[in-house]
Design a protein around this ligand. Structure first.
Ligand code: NI
Ligand code: MN
Length: 228
């Protein structure tokens, strides 16, 4: 097994690879779709894409209990360091080798203010190259941008992208994103958590699969995707 990705709900993901447990944007407690509790979840690393409450989520509480290292942009890491948490700051375009692979922060078109109004720097996505060389692109909250083609050039095995509309790409732009990213597999996220981002993911999956070579996996909260 090279990696196992769990859709926790909304934009929260669990990822097991290289013998490490990662949590991405662990919004659990107030998340109407997640059925995982912040006081039981395990993590070696927590990745935070941007400062919004539905992404920072329960990261502070989980990091305190587990001792996990939080990886995010420098501004968010500075804010977390004041809470005595272990952090690893990076910035857009910069990568670093961790025990679980090589992680690069990517562009995301969005905002990033923190829950207390502090400046959260630029929002980001993540491009992870696992120790076995597989590439996972987790777009974070973003609108469509043409440089997704550059990310696609790296050869993406799995793309995790928002389709909810209103705050992020909607289904039509997410389809265009798949055409730029040309991933082998796609998992849609950031939809159906609230009425405002209600989407028919199965209809979107059908459309993507008829217009591209990507295989779409619509996961229910708690469901896993195992690669290869
Ligand atoms: Ni956001
Ligand atoms: Mn969001």
């Amino acid at each position: 097994m090279s990696f196992e990705l769990t859709f926790i709900g909304h934009a929260a993901l669990g990822l097991t690879t290289g013998g490490c447990e990662l949590l991405i944007d662990p919004y659990l407690h107030n998340n109407p779709t997640a059925n995982l509790s912040p006081d039981s979840v395990e993590a070696d690393y927590i990745l935070i894409s941007h400062g919004h409450g539905d992404h920072i989520g329960d990261a502070v509480e989980i990091a305190k209990r587990t001792g996990a290292t939080i990886i995010s942009n420098a501004e968010i890491c500075g804010w977390l360091r004041k809470k005595d948490l272990k952090v690893h700051p990076q910035h857009l375009g910069g990568g670093h080798t961790f025990p679980f692979g090589y992680l690069k922060l990517t562009l995301a078109l969005h905002g990033s203010i923190l829950p207390d109004g502090s400046y959260g720097g630029n929002p980001a996505g993540f491009l992870l190259t696992t120790n076995d060389g597989e590439k996972i692109y987790m777009a974070g909250d973003t609108g469509l941008f043409g440089d997704m083609r550059l990310i696609g050039d790296e050869g993406v095995n799995l793309a995790v992208i928002p389709i909810g509309d209103n705050y992020t790409m909607g289904p039509a732009d997410a389809l265009r994103a798949v055409k730029l990213l040309t991933p082998e597999h796609v998992i849609p996220i950031h939809y159906n958590t609230f009425d405002l981002i209600k989407q028919d993911a199965n209809a979107w999956a059908k459309e993507v699969q008829s217009e591209t070579d990507a295989k779409v996996h619509v996961l229910a909260p708690g469901e896993k995707f195992v690669y290869p």
